[in-house]
Design a protein around this ligand. Sequence first.
Ligand code: ADP
Ligand code: ZN
Ligand code: ZN
Length: 730
Amino acid sequence: MAMPSAPILQIALPVPLPRAFDYLPPAGHDACASDVGRRVRVPFGNRELVGVVAGTGPAAAQASDLRQAIAFLDQAPLLHGELLESLRWLARYTHAPLGEVFATALPAILRHGEPLPETHTPAWRLTAAGQAGVVRLRAGTRPRRLADLLAPAPISEDSLDLKMDQWRSAARALGKRGFAERIALPAHGLVADRLPGPVLNPEQQAAVDAVRASEGFAAWLLDGVTGSGKTEVYLAAIADCLAHGRQVLVLVPEIGLTPQTLARFRSRLGVPVHALHSGLNDGERARAWMAAARGEARVIVGTRSAVFVPLPEPGLIVIDEEHDGSYKQLDGIRYHARDFALVRAKALDVPVLLGSATPSLETLHNANGGRYGYLRLGQRAGDAQPPQVRVLDVRKRALVAGLSPEMLQAIGNALQAGGQVLVFKNRRGYAPVLLCHDCGWTAHCRRCDSAMTVHAGGRRLQCHHCGARQAAPPACPDCGGLALQPQGIGTERLEEALRERFPDVPVVRIDRGTTQRRDGLGKLLASVGQLPAILIGTQILAKGHDLPHLTLVVVVGVDEGLFSSDFRAGEKLVQQLIQVAGRAGRASKRGEVWLQTHHPEHPLLNTLIAGGYRAFAEGELALREAAGFPPYAHLALLRAEAQRVEAVQAFLSAARRALAAAGSDGIELHGPLPAPMPRRAGMQRMQLLLSAPQRRGLHRLLDAALPAVYELPEARKVRWSLDVDPVDLY
Ligand code: ADP
Ligand code: ZN
Ligand code: ZN
């Protein structure tokens, strides 16, 4: 008997299949369009999953074959409006399952189906009796002091912690008399103190004015060296948005979101600033996300995944250090937070401000082509001087832990003059290789095509790719000889050599090994204070914390980046050099930067020294155009791995045939080729690169071919993923 089929729910589930799943609505509910965006619990196989309703429609299969959803988890849609549409766009762009995109966007707690968290902040306020009775409290006592603090407005418990010692006992006393009460306030109901900022210089003011005058969506590149006052431009533009009742999202790189940065935003904006980063627990992350969704969070400062916060009252998106590599997600849904932020700004119809001292070539290309407005801050703000950069030729010099005699002399002089010195070396550990001097054996990881890094002064070996660790062998496993020698220089070895050479000053090594704990870096830096000291660091030191007493920056190991096969290696090297150089001379002391190299004539260094980043970037863009690399071509990388290389080869070959069959006109297919590191953590890795002159053609091909790729029998024997706009080709 044919029944008129009732509408069904099309549910996006976090499973690696590129489609929605049909379910009957929960008992007693008729599916309707307003269910879209609600979380729902459903049976899936023999377990339960939490999904999000992506649509409704007439039953595709015989309705009686469909399983029934168990229950909705939200009364109203959790994902809706612009965010929902932007996430649908992201799923199309990354060619990823919508359910996995939703799961990436939602904080873990919400993704797992827990109820929406409370977002209000505990605070204290005076009751009417308290307002009337303040004057009767004895002056000078703690309850009186607290009552005076609370008289103008309620204050959050966080702020009270900062304002008054032992306020809790005073609050109890006031509470007992009925003078004060504990309440929960939305964040925007709270006022915070606000410090004035400096008077903006004309360039800064022009930048703020340009952003303010944007009508709806506009992208602005704010190009200014470190210390030129970009953050002051952000703060002024944000304050302007707040004054118009709008929310602001600020994205910062992983290592840029320090307590210092947050404190600066908090003290200057006069509203609570919500942070969203990997240091928070799941509950805190969900609360910040929900506070944004409810419009309570007015300013959200966060790292990559903060790009997914809902913005019901949007005014501006700021992306600090837009070139930073940490904006790209390297597994799961491989989104680029900068690029997605631009898509959202456009959909939200608000301006987006991209700041950098070293804009990515993609962004410069967009600015050159007039798609982004260009704002420049030419000078360092205040009275800071630009550092002087020198290239030091170390050929034929006797090196001590990789440092030449001239360099050691310069370090000594800087310390003597009362300054601090930063020695930058982007390699953790003691030495990158352990070598047998008798037979040439080197320590390799058993599971990766990589040497093991020597740690702990030579006692331990560690693989930086799979994490494997072992004690260093006492003798060569091949020839039994005892001439095992660490080769090359890591930060630990630099530390050892510099301690020996400068025994009277503190030598502080700062890398992932020494800053595991939260704000370990801040504490380490605080321990040094203003006294002469040597800091040895990896890129973790290149940004974030202010180091006003730094007068000399020494860069060791420039050469490793000069001859890489990665087409982005030059860009990354130069960005890092400039970032590190920017650490010198931030206050009134003029800084110096010394680059040590065996290739003083290398064109990259020469262009950089003579013409700065702009000259380098223009030259590099010309090279990319000639070679057909981004931003002049559009790439997608199909990666696959398995224990057996034959399985990987078979899958990628079949995928290549599927792509070719879909008619890859004008799109080049390279591979299958071994990945630059063909074996990692025991897995054999290969890849297939797609390169297209036009973005649209690339997506058309992927749309046409991917359904077949998902269905390939070979796909079941490998782990595979697609990376659209890959940053690293491995
Ligand atoms: P950036 O974000 O480009 O690195 P900041 O905004 O942090 O630069 O500014 C660098 C330093 O200069 C900060 O200490 C800041 O307070 C100061 N500064 C910025 N703009 C001005 C200004 N117009 N007048 C005086 N000092 C300023
Ligand atoms: Zn040997
Ligand atoms: Zn390994």
